[in-house]
Design a binder for this molecule. Structure first.
Ligand code: PLP
Length: 387
């Protein structure tokens, strides 16, 4: 039996545990292809490491910026797999990638200052800016996610301080190559801007692609960027609320750590979550690689089934496990998804402004981190809308 066979999925457990738009919050006859959260149980090595840690019976305060072993694992992961060297002291453990994004926005931006985000993009980008009182300036992306640096430069004003990059891009599935990132870094340098590079999806790459972290493309990028990494997508650890923020600019990182409130214990990350995340990177990489193979087959299946369907025109994601097809029957994404939920009993995410920005109009997002069988059934139900 493979790790990602249908039989490994425990729907009855998911029905009580998988929230955020998924099995626990939809009626029993509905298939949720909504929030990007795997349906598969996490790697045994992660469970074992957490069990062993608990077995000792001690759960004291850990080092405020994170366990040394956690910071080492994250730094090593980046050196090995993302063409970017971070030292362990460049890493801060945070409560989720979402929290990392928020802390970076709060650190870099004063109320009223501007940050450029792409449109469409995951709602967290705007949400974190709104939360700190900064203004989000939207830079349009085409459906294939290609960066137009001239269009980006036009969005820069004297109040711009940061560009927020999502690489790989949720929901468009674009993976930005080294040359694009280098050009982005040159633009940032020309205007004295910081970049927040959200790399939570950077392990989910298809067709043999390799990854280049933004912080590794130039000296300027290294010293004027914050990198956000997370464990929810690659390893299915969303419930542990664990992530990391990295910055190679040592004085800035020291200041950022102070500002983040970990030293006062107002902020800080569960040691148990760090132990689980560390085991994921050190011992469960084989699991992640096998997961990506499974996902690539799912991606291919989904694209094949939707292509020429006349209902949804799929993109072909280079990374991530979400598909972002265009609706072809003229319905709004809200009406389309509502009708699917009621009639076809499938839940997907509408391309509503609230979730992805105004540029998502006319699209839907379909998550495919499930078994081939569930995905196939869900897509057949969607296509049955044509009948
Ligand atoms: C681009 C992006 N950033 C951040 C997050 C949030 O991740 P976490 O669960 O670690 O907060 C997500 C989750 O969907 C995401 O897609």
């Amino acid at each position: 039996m493979s790790l990602f066979d249908h039989s490994s999925i425990q729907i009855d457990v998911l029905r009580s545990r998988a929230h955020n738009g998924r099995w626990a919050v939809v009626p029993p006859d509905v298939i949720p292809l909504t929030a990007a959260d795997p349906d598969f149980p996490v790697a045994l090595e992660i469970r074992k490491a957490m069990q062993d840690y608990l077995e000792s019976g001690y759960l004291n305060y850990g080092p405020f910026s994170g366990l040394d072993s956690f910071k080492n694992s994250v730094a090593r992961h980046y050196s090995l797999r993302k063409s970017c060297h971070f030292d362990p002291q460049d890493v801060l453990a945070v409560n989720s990638a979402a929290m990392g994004m928020y802390l970076v926005a709060r650190y870099l931006l004063k109320p009223g200052e501007e940050a450029i985000i792409f449109d469409p993009v995951d709602f967290l980008f705007k949400k974190t800016l709104d939360t700190v009182g900064a203004h989000a300036v939207l830079c349009q992306l085409p459906q294939d996610g290609t960066l137009d640096l001239d269009a980006l430069e036009l969005c820069i004003t004297p109040r711009t301080r940061m560009i927020s990059l999502c690489n790989p891009h949720n929901p468009l599935g674009k993976v930005y190559d080294k040359a694009t990132l280098f050009n982005l870094a040159q633009l940032a340098e020309k205007h004295g801007l910081w970049v927040m590079s959200d790399e939570i999806w950077s392990d989910i790459l298809y067709d043999g692609r390799s990854y280049h972290s933004y912080a590794g493309v130039s000296d300027y990028a290294a010293l004027h960027s914050f990198t956000v990494y997370g464990f929810s997508k690659t390893f299915g650890l969303a419930g542990l609320r664990i992530g990391a923020v990295m910055c190679k600019n040592a004085p800035v990182m020291q200041d950022f750590i102070e500002y983040s409130q970990v030293n006062s214990t107002i902020e800080g990350v569960s040691t148990l979550s760090q132990v689980g995340a560390e085991a994921a990177l050190d011992e469960a990489w084989y699991w992640a690689e096998s997961f990506v193979k499974h996902l690539q087959n799912n991606r291919d299946l989904a694209v094949r089934l939707l292509q020429n369907s006349g209902l949804l025109a799929p993109n072909n994601p280079e990374g991530t496990y979400v598909l972002f097809p265009k609706i072809l029957n003229g319905q709004s994404s809200i009406d389309f998804t509502q009708q699917l939920l009621e009639k076809a009993k499938v839940a997907i995410v509408p391309g509503a402004e609230r979730w992805f920005g105004p540029g998502a109009d006319g699209h839907v997002r379909i998550c495919f981190s499930t078994s081939r069988e569930i995905l196939e059934e869900g897509l057949h139900r969607i296509l049955s809308q044509l009948d």
